[in-house]
Write a protein that binds this ligand. Structure first.
Ligand code: CP3
Length: 341
């Protein structure tokens, strides 16, 4: 197996820096759009054969890991909060949380029963990968999931989420505890199904002040990573807008932290400590720049990583749908070439 991704997460020596991309399977790839023409996003997720096919599509770009094709919102439906993806709007939750009693109505699920298709997608992807590349499993972090449950969809100010958190701290705690239980069980089940590493996406947590983060979120995330430690599988903790939160996020025991592009890579790694692996952090918009500028930005990140064991190259947030797959392939080759030990 090409294991430089797993080796980097364990901070072992590598022949060159491993690279994968958040949202590497998706609309920017013509072969993904061909499948999307036949199935909705949820239909892709719920048919393990199709899930596995899409999961493996980015292999032709030369990436060092595949990430399971799924969505962080999938557990919410069996918990009692159905949703759909509306064109141009993103996710829409049909029964958002409006009052305290809605939290208590949320069901605790057994992912092995109600999300069996996700686990089957992992088993099938692993089989088709045939040991060539590691497979990453993932879940949404409790804050990001709670924000969808409370806002009912995407949000700018996260006002409903923050009001609930501040006005009903006990119900907030129950909500985060329920979500953490489901997320932990789901990630453990993904590991048991064959995931070689798992990433927790706290995409919108950068909306919080450091005080609110450490008060209302961190203890829950710490609990998740403590339980994941029971399996011997590397873990990645990712968020965006986290410059002032990183030192606190580092108190949750993940193998690696993922950085967005808003802070220099070296500064982010200093904050979390060099005893942890670090993933990132190219601005996904740089994939639209002339190639010399794209490579120069990439080289700056590699220089800041300084050849230290533990760097996983990635974008600072998902690849944008308008990205040229040819540019992604050229970037992968460049990272490998420029970082050769
Ligand atoms: O390649 C991969 O990274 C794996 C696939 C993946 C998807 N969603 C498929 C998807 C992953 C890792 C996710 C995670 C996810 N989903 C996150 C966390 C990562 C992030 O980007 O911050 C979030 C916040 C979601 C929720 C979500 N799902 C949104 C906001 C949207 C709509 C956004 C849009 O671009 O339309 C989705 C839909 C979605 N999930 C798409 C994909 C490929 C695009 C829709 C499509 O193909 O029709």
């Amino acid at each position: 197996m090409n294991d430089r991704f797993l080796r980097a997460l364990r901070r072992e020596t590598v022949d060159c820096t491993p690279v994968w991309f958040m949202r590497q399977a998706g609309r920017y790839m013509p072969e993904y759009r061909a499948i999307r023409a036949k199935y909705t996003l949820l239909e892709i997720c719920k048919q393990p054969e199709v899930t596995a096919e899409v999961t493996l599509q980015p292999m032709r770009l030369g990436v060092d890991a595949c990430i399971l094709f799924a969505d962080i919102l999938l557990p919410l439906d069996p918990m009692g909060c159905p949703f759909s993806f509306e064109k141009g709007e993103g996710p829409v939750l049909h029964k958002p949380i409006r009052q305290v009693s809605d939290v208590d109505d949320l069901r605790l699920i057994d992912p092995r029963e109600s999300l069996g298709y996700v686990l089957e997608g992992i088993r099938l992807s692993k089989k088709e990968l045939a040991g060539k590349l590691p497979l990453i499993g993932f879940a949404g972090a409790p804050f990001t999931l709670a924000s969808y449950l409370l806002e009912g969809g995407k949000s700018t100010h996260f006002l409903k989420t923050k009001r609930f958190m501040i006005e009903h701290p006990e119900a907030w705690n129950r909500l985060m505890t329920k979500l953490s239980t489901v997320v932990t069980d789901l990630l453990l089940a993904q590991i048991d199904a064959g995931a070689d590493a798992v990433q927790l996406f706290d995409s919108w947590v950068g909306q919080l002040s450091p005080y609110d983060y450490t008060t209302y979120v961190l203890p829950h995330v710490q609990g998740i990573f403590a339980k994941l430690k029971e399996r011997n599988v590397p873990t990645i903790h990712f968020g965006t807008g986290t410059a002032t939160l990183l030192e606190h996020m580092a108190k949750a025991d993940s193998s690696a932290l993922g950085l967005d592009w808003r802070m220099p890579f070296a500064q982010g790694w200093d904050l979390i400590g060099h005893d942890r692996a670090c993933q990132g952090n190219l601005d996904p918009c740089m994939l639209f720049a002339p190639q010399d500028k794209l490579f120069a930005a990439t080289d700056r990140i590699l220089a800041e990583a300084n050849g230290r064991a533990g760097h996983v190259f990635n974008v600072g947030h998902g690849i944008l749908p308008e990205t040229d797959p040819g540019v992604v392939k050229a970037l992968v080759d460049h990272v490998h070439e420029a970082s050769k030990r």
